[in-house]
Structure formats: structure tokens, C-alpha cells
Design a binder for this molecule. Structure first.
Ligand SMILES: [Mn+2]
Length: 430
């Protein structure tokens, strides 16, 4: 059996139900989760079903929260792998469309569709939105336009366009809904804005000296990137390359392959909007955006700007800080828990004193300590597995943890901080 067959079986379960059926959809609160849930929502609407959709965090009482509801079918998408056993408690049939790892037994009321069961790498070759797309396509081949949203999910989870994900792009392009274009990453922005506000890449110190930087190059700050003469563009990009090399950045790319969706425009930008909506507790706006609501697009643009402002503000603070260092990782504290992972990744990539060729952790004090960890691709290739290490270290001090080799998280009691950091150092040593 392959992923498509499994998706087909799952849709058989759905399509035997009458249209009046009460269907519950639960998605995960990130860009992939919102894209996934939206794909399911659109496919259900088109098939004439009514449903109730929520975007949820991974939280201990998620299943208990559904017990009082009367549902005929519950569809979990991009979430659910860690609740399989508990789903026995649900009285309805359940379809789980997932790509996260699980070792739990699947109860008899649950149909579990996960690319990992069919020889695909669930961290690179298929994400939640990919599985949702397979499901939507099995309902009706006309749903091929939803490849646009699937691509947003793939970008959101930073997966590759290989395996099943490759098929999705080919579907989208083949049906005329997706276009691939190589473009400079700075198109549409003026030079001052690029220097001061770009996040990927992030230029350290530039918020104070962008104008003098451009004066030295004899370039007009307000000129748009695409208005530069060829020699000016070369001059600008070589100066920026030099700047990033000074920051210790390894992967420098000024041109990139972008996917454009017929309904959505630049899908990387849509992903960034969905991500901002997820992080700033506005997942509903993200879903409406995917459903094609024009007002939601305006709102999401504002949310995206707000989110980027917050990140830049925090990065400017981090520039002034020194991280703490253990043998096998470095760490820093932040009071912005939802931004922890993003900040760790960006600091690792762009802020010199945070790039010690070791994994990096952010610690945020709440009721508990929320921990986010990031590694580079290179570290993962050399054997680092943050998901495994954080799970082991967190569980050894009574907390929870897990994730992917390159990005993971944990939650521990405040008084366990030192012990956790020691255990993690040991786990990463191995
Ligand atoms: Mn996902």
C-alpha cells in the first residue's frame, strides 16, 4: 500500500457518511497545520459536508476536550500522532492525517494515515498538508488546485520538494495552478528597507547604519532593488555578501526558486502569513486566508508585519547579548516564548556570537520553562538529533520533549533547569 491508497481508504470511511453528518476537524497551530486543515475544509465543503474546525496546540487535555461533543467523525490533521492511544476514549470514528512520528498503538476506531508507514520520510518528503492533499485528491481529482495550499504547508515545515511533495508540485504545475519562477529575494523592496528589515538574511547592526552603508556604495536608499542598473546590483550584492561572510553566514543566496499559486500569489509569502497568524493566536485569520477571503488577506498582512516587527526587535536585543555555553550546545533566555524557536534559528544563522557550530536553545520562563532548540543541516548530517536528545533529557526530569533532528522543543518544571541542561549535554555528547 502507498500513501495514496491509504488516503483512499480513509476517504471511503468519509464518503459512506450522509451529508448531514457532524464532522469535526482538528488542525495544528502552525503554517502546515493551518494549510492542512484548510485543505480538508475546502474538500469537505466541495463534497457537500458540514464541519466544525479548530486549530489547536499540542496540549495534554486535547482529547478530553472533545469528549462532550457529539461528532460522527473526527479528522485530525498535522496533529494526533501523540494522542493515538488516548483516541480510544472518543466515541466516534477518527481519521488521523499525520506525518509526525508515533510508536503508539492505533485503536480500532482510528484510521491512521502517515507517510512514514509507506516508506516516505515524514520530515522531508510529506508533511501534514501533503497528506491532507492526498486525502482531498482521493475525494475528487478536481481538488488538484489545493496543491497550492499543500505547497504552503511544505514550505512551512521546511520540507524538501522530494518524494510525495515532488508529485504535489508536478500536479500543481501540470494543472496550471502553480508556477515556478527564479527571482531575486529582494524584489519589490527599496535598499534601505532591505538592509534594515530583512530577516532572512538578517544584517546585524544595519538598523543604525543602513544610510551610511549605502552612501559608501553611492546608492540611493529609496531606490527599489529591481530599479538598480546591473553594475549597481552587483555592487550592492557583493557588499552584502561580504557583510554576511563577516557575520559567519555560510549559505548565501540572492536568487531563489519561488512557487506562485494562481489564487494565492507567492506561496512563500502566504506561508509566512500563515505562520505569523499561528504564532500570534490568529489561526482563524489564516484559515480564512486559505479559504480565499479578501479581508483575511488584509488582516493577515498586518499580522505578518507585526510578527516581523517583534522578531526584529528581539534580534536587535540578541545582538547585544552573549549566549551561555555548555560543552555540546549554547543557550539564551527570552521572555517571548512563542518566538523562541524562530529566534534560536535566526541567531544561529546570522548573529556571530551565537554561531559556535553547536546546537542552540532558547529558554522562556512561564508557568514552566518552554525550551526550543535548533541545529544546522550540517550538524544533523554529523549525527545531531535534537528531537531525540530533548525528549530523553526532558523526560528524565519529568518534563516532555520531542520534535525533529533539526528543530525540537521541551517543557520542564522551573526547578529542573540545571538538571535538564546537564542531561541534555550528556545526551548530545552521545
Ligand atoms: Mn506539519
Amino acid at each position: 500500500m502507498n500513501l495514496e491508497d491509504a488516503a483512499k481508504y480513509a476517504t471511503d470511511l468519509l464518503l459512506t457518511l450522509p451529508k448531514k453528518t457532524k464532522i469535526r476537524v482538528i488542525g495544528h497551530v502552525d503554517a502546515d497545520g493551518i494549510a492542512s486543515a484548510s485543505i480538508i475544509a475546502i474538500a469537505l465543503m466541495r463534497a457537500g459536508y458540514r464541519f466544525h474546525l479548530s486549530i489547536k496546540k499540542t496540549e495534554p487535555n486535547l482529547i478530553d476536550g472533545l469528549l462532550g461533543e457529539e461528532n460522527d467523525l473526527i479528522i485530525f490533521v498535522d496533529i494526533g500522532s501523540s494522542y493515538l492511544k488516548e483516541m480510544k476514549k472518543l466515541e466516534s470514528n477518527v481519521i488521523v492525517l499525520e506525518h509526525h512520528l508515533s510508536n503508539e498503538e492505533v485503536p480500532s476506531n482510528v484510521m491512521y494515515v502517515n507517510p512514514r508507514l509507506y516508506g516516505l520520510d515524514g520530515s522531508r518528503e510529506a508533511c501534514g498538508a501533503s497528506v491532507a492533499y492526498a486525502f482531498a485528491l482521493a475525494i475528487d481529482e478536481e481538488n488538484v488546485d489545493l496543491s497550492q495550499l499543500a505547497i504552503a504547508g511544505i514550505i512551512g515545515d521546511r520540507q524538501n520538494f522530494v518524494g510525495y511533495n515532488k508529485k504535489i508540485v508536478e500536479d500543481g504545475i501540470g494543472a496550471g495552478y502553480v508556477e515556478e519562477r527564479e527571482e531575486y529575494i529582494f524584489v519589490g523592496r527599496n535598499l534601505k528597507d532591505i538592509l534594515e528589515n530583512s530577516i532572512e538574511p538578517y544584517f546585524t547592526g544595519m538598523y543604525k547604519k543602513s544610510v551610511s552603508f549605502l552612501e559608501e556604495l553611492k546608492l540611493m536608499p529609496q531606490k527599489k532593488f529591481e530599479e538598480l542598473e546591473e553594475n549597481e546590483r552587483k555592487k550592492f550584492l557583493s557588499a552584502l555578501t561580504l557583510k554576511l561572510i563577516e557575520q559567519g553566514v555560510k549559505d548565501i543566496e540572492w536568487k531563489k526558486k519561488f512557487y506562485f499559486g494562481k489564487y494565492y500569489g507567492n506561496l512563500e509569502d502566504i506561508t509566512s502569513k500563515l505562520n505569523a497568524c499561528a504564532r500570534l493566536n490568529e489561526a482563524g485569520v489564516g484559515v480564512s486566508l486559505c479559504l480565499g477571503d479578501k479581508k483575511a488577506l488584509e488582516k493577515a498582512t498586518i499580522i505578518q508585519e507585526k510578527y516581523r516587527d517583534e522578531i526584529r526587535k528581539e534580534l536587535r536585543e540578541l545582538e547585544k547579548k552573549e549566549p551561555y555555553e555548555k560543552r555540546n550546545f549554547i543557550y539564551f533566555y527570552t521572555d517571548k516564548a512563542p518566538l523562541g524557536g524562530v529566534l534560536a534559528g535566526l541567531a544561529l544563522a546570522y548573529i556571530p556570537q551565537f554561531n559556535k557550530e553547536k546546537p542552540i536553545l532558547s529558554l522562556a520562563y512561564n508557568e514552566y520553562i518552554d525550551i526550543s532548540a535548533r541545529a544546522s543541516q550540517e550538524m544533523v548530517e554529523n549525527g545531531v538529533n535534537l528531537g531525540k536528545a530533548l525528549k530523553e533529557a526532558a523526560e528524565s526530569v519529568g518534563g516532555i520533549g520531542g520534535g525533529h533532528p533539526i528543530a525540537a522543543g521541551a517543557k520542564i518544571e522551573k526547578e529542573k533547569e540545571e538538571e535538564f541542561l546537564e542531561k541534555l549535554d550528556e545526551a548530545l555528547e552521545r
